[in-house]
Design a protein around this ligand. Sequence first.
Ligand code: UD1
Ligand code: CA
Length: 472
Amino acid sequence: MGMSSLTAVILAAGLGKRMKSALPKVMHPIAGRPLLHYAVRAAFDAGVERAVVVSNGRTEIRDSLSHAFGDRVVTVVQDPPRGTGDAARVGLEQVDSERVLILCGDTPLVRAEELSELVRALDAPGADELSVMTCKLAEPAGYGRILRDAFGLVSEIREERDLQSLEEHAISEVNAGMYAGKTEVLRRALAQISPNNAQGEYYLTDVIALVARTSRVTAVLGPGEALVGVNDRSQLAKAEAHLFERIRVRHARNGVTVRGAPFIDEEVEIGEDARIEDGVILRGQTRLGARTIVDVGCVVTNSLIGADALLKPYTVVTSSCVGDRAELGPFAHLRPESEVEADAHIGNFVETKKTRVRRGAKANHLAYLGDADIGERANVGAGTIFCNYDGFNKHKTVIGADAFIGSDSQLVAPVVVGRGAYVATGTTVTSDVPEDALAIGRIKQINKEGYAPKLKARFAALKAAVARGEKR
Ligand code: UD1
Ligand code: CA
């Protein structure tokens, strides 16, 4: 039987009390995606056709799933949450395939390979009713333990709080919370379970003993580190660290030089021969072109960076686009909707916002460029401010191609500087500058010959008088 007749049921309706959070546990982000998305992704990668997610009815869960996976995911509501067994029963109502894969929504490190093995175990002779994923942990506390009979066959799963002896506590083989089985067999078993346990809940794990009575339950031993469940934030942090390491290895194998331990979110794409240095954070849906270098400490969020670009240390780029061979930083700040085109340079302590910096344009030092369009090859000098906000509205500054804006100028928007124009240093530009014109607006300098020593003597006398307490 192929995977095509397989549906996944993913349990995500629990209260997640141990997270101590207003956000549902399964919506907590881990490497840039909600926790829940990982199990769903792994199920699809393993070949399931549809996934039924059992949730608590919060619309954010449904919306994020349909946004990420479309209509291959159906959500059903379990209200109130009466335990994993009750959740599985609710989920199975939506299943019409002969076989089903049941997963917990809080095991983000699980991969398609483990799930495929779990499903394949059903094809073993005499074992086509139920298989369960287990792993051996040095610290099994908190997990359900796998109990085996005299023949070594799985007979029961017992939850931590229902363990009856020190020997049971010491069992290191635990339930990873993933099951594959015949839909009908599971439905029948789930109809028989009761909440007679320490937590007063319907336990999905109770179906194991029921099925084991009449047929064999196959245990598939998987890698412990890939099957951890996230119940609190310390486990979330550990799982995320593991995921980040896995992502670094993936990029390194794809031809990216990854130095130190940058944090790269799950969905980030990086071209060949790119280099990512230590302390870098690449978040969300970020894409980097081939050979681009992201130096120490840069933070890039939801942005597109071209090929051969250079992000010097501590550059921050958010929801922006950067062209091929562009150079940014060190300490540049591209705020949302900045577009720095090919070969453009944005230097240290330059901030842009909603600004297009066209091909080859440069602003190399200390500037604020907000709500602007800067023409090709234009040069914006040090200390230039685009005064885009009058306290009520935002206004646009347009600089033509090849224009030159001298240092320490202010451009009071809305204003247009024509192509090829020249704005002299220290000018406050309040009206449009025609093409090829020179704009100069500053107070004329006067020099008083021989006056400096007199001025200095006066200041020195004043300082002495203050020291004597005669003046203040
Ligand atoms: C569960 C297993 C345990 C296993 C561990 C693996 C049971 C009874 N226990 O314990 O044997 O070792 O997972 O990580 O199954 N959920 C619902 N509705 C509910 C309750 C829970 O949908 O009413 C969902 C949760 O959102 C969660 C999943 O089921 O995604 C597991 O629930 P959780 O409370 O985390 O179970 P554990 O105590 O971790
Ligand atoms: Ca759990």
